[in-house]
Design a protein. Sequence first.
Length: 107
Amino acid sequence: MRYCQIYDFRVLGRLTLRQYTLMMQAVKLRKLDEERNLHWQAWLNQVVKSTTKKGNGKNAKLAPKFKTFDAFFDYSEAEDKIKGKVRKPEESDFKKILSKANRKGGT
């Protein structure tokens, strides 16, 4: 009740399982948006503070640890997980799996 902000028991009693499921998914997505905002703030703080060295000696430069926000927090992956969508593995993942299978099959 508190997450969906429905306080009338008559309304709650008339909800179908499908409606309830959709409402709970909406609650999770709203919480995901809040989490994204927290991660965004953390990322901004990290960008200001976190760096790595690139190069050697006098020519060494400092660079941010994460180049993009998506490298820090993958919002679309988290959203797809909530919605029950399955992502297709990258082509490089397929190559890794095939090469591993070929190594095991040959021995």
